[in-house]
Design a protein around this ligand. Structure first.
Ligand code: ATP
Length: 406
């Protein structure tokens, strides 16, 4: 620490009684000059002292803030798994430790199972975290029990069989695979046009196997989470391990696993890193336990072959647009709760919908209902289906974008 400068000596006025008036005047003048000089020195010192005081005040403020931060202990992140009469069961992220803990009534009212929470050293829930602040939560859609069953899917009997064999069996009968001594495929790839039921298939397997459904869209990883792709892929697998049994569904995988191009832009490098992370997660997959991966793409032709190597997505399942029986079944499924007039013949109508996807058929059923409502009726007639078809085909021509209902 710098020492304070010493103060200038105080000027003294010494007047001899024998001095003449002129001498006195001269002595007084000299004294005055000395006093002005000392005053200037003191003013300078005072300014310097004030500057120093202000620096020290800033330093004290900063130290106080640091002290505060050190005194408030960090909180751990956990997931509230179950709310019981005795408290809440939380699972800490990282070590997966599960504890039954207390929650203050003010937090308890807003807390729901599945919420991300901050807990202190004694596992007390201190706050509910906003899922929006978590890139992980934004990038991934987690569904503990999706409500899609195989019966809700029309016309994909073969595909359902294949998916059950490749994904459901290894989850349910892991021992059988072990006994026979074969490795179940770690992932299946569903490919086909948009809106044909690929997501539904993945959700249905998760539902039937009581697995958590975790969805991540490849296109979002590339568009929204720039620079975070590889980390989010790692997080995706980590989250699946926390929530096993789990089905990881990677939609639009072509966005991260497209064939390598010659261009060397930074965007490409980022996509490459994301894909390398995905491949390495899949390669280290065996130790992960009850997790299966289903990926989907509308652009099979674009995929990098590295992703299709044995041990990765070695089961390729094509999910095409539905044939006539499939279309009839999809129409039946989506009109199940509708009040249909006796004249409605879905079988006959299915012949007229060649080339439509499941999503388009679903939206066609809704449109038919809208026509009936517009007409002030409570039953839907065959003519409404024709009007709906005309509208959908018209929309299609106008925008060339398929009508899809998620
Ligand atoms: P995308 O490739 O665009 O992601 P997708 O193949 O994953 O599409 P889904 O999201 O599964 O398609 O389907 C969208 C909606 O279309 C479903 O919610 C459902 O209403 C309807 N649908 C699609 N296919 C079928 C089907 N085979 N049976 C019944 N409904 C279907």
């Amino acid at each position: 620490m710098s020492r304070s400068p010493s103060l200038p000596e105080r000027p003294r006025l010494e007047l001899d009684p024998d001095m003449t008036p002129d001498e006195r005047l001269e002595a007084l003048r000299e004294h005055f000059t000395e006093i002005v000089e000392v005053n200037e020195q003191l003013t300078e010192q005072l300014d310097a002292a004030r500057d120093r005081q202000s620096d020290l005040t800033d330093e004290v403020d900063q130290l106080e803030r640091e002290n505060e931060t050190l005194k408030t202990s960090s909180l751990y992140i956990a997931t509230a798994e179950e709310l019981t009469d005795d408290g809440v069961v939380v699972k800490q992220h990282g070590n997966n430790q599960e504890v039954l803990t207390e929650v203050s009534p003010s937090i308890r009212d807003d807390l729901e199972a599945g919420d991300r929470v901050a807990i202190n050293d004694s596992f007390g829930v201190k706050q509910i975290l906003d899922p929006e602040t978590d890139a992980r939560a934004q990038a991934m859609q987690v569904d503990g029990s999706p409500d899609v069953s195989y019966d809700d899917i029309g016309g994909l009997e073969e595909q359902i069989l294949e998916v059950r064999e490749a994904v459901e069996e290894p989850l349910i009968n892991a021992d059988q695979f072990r006994e026979i001594g074969i490795e179940p495929p770690s992932g299946v790839l569903l490919h086909g046009p948009p809106g044909t039921g690929k997501t539904m298939l993945a959700k249905a397997v998760a539902n039937e196997t009581d697995a958590t459904f975790i969805k991540m869209a490849g296109s979002e990883l590339v568009r929204k989470f720039i620079g975070e792709g590889a980390r989010l892929v790692r997080d995706l697998f980590e989250l699946a391990t926390e929530r096993e049994p789990a089905i990881i569904f990677i939609d639009e995988i072509d966005a991260i696993a497209a064939k390598r191009t010659e261009s060397k832009t930074s965007g490409d490098a980022e996509v490459q890193r994301t894909m390398m992370q995905l491949l390495s997660e899949m390669d280290g997959f065996d130790e992960r336990g009850e997790i299966r991966i289903i990926a989907a793409t509308n652009r099979f032709d674009m995929l990098d072959r590295a992703i299709l190597r044995p041990g990765r997505f070695d089961r390729l399942i094509e999910v095409p647009n539905p044939d006539i029986e499939g279309r009839e079944r999809i129409l039946e499924i989506h009109t199940e709760d509708m009040n249909l007039a006796d004249d409605v013949d879905l079988g006959a109508f299915a012949t007229e919908t060649d080339g439509l996807s499941g999503a388009e058929l679903a939206s066609l059923a809704t449109e038919a209902g809208m026509f009936a409502i517009r007409d002030g009726r409570t039953t839907v007639e065959q003519a409404d289906f024709h009007d709906a078809l005309e509208k959908i085909e018209g929309d299609d021509d106008a925008s060339s974008v398929p009508v899809a209902f998620a």
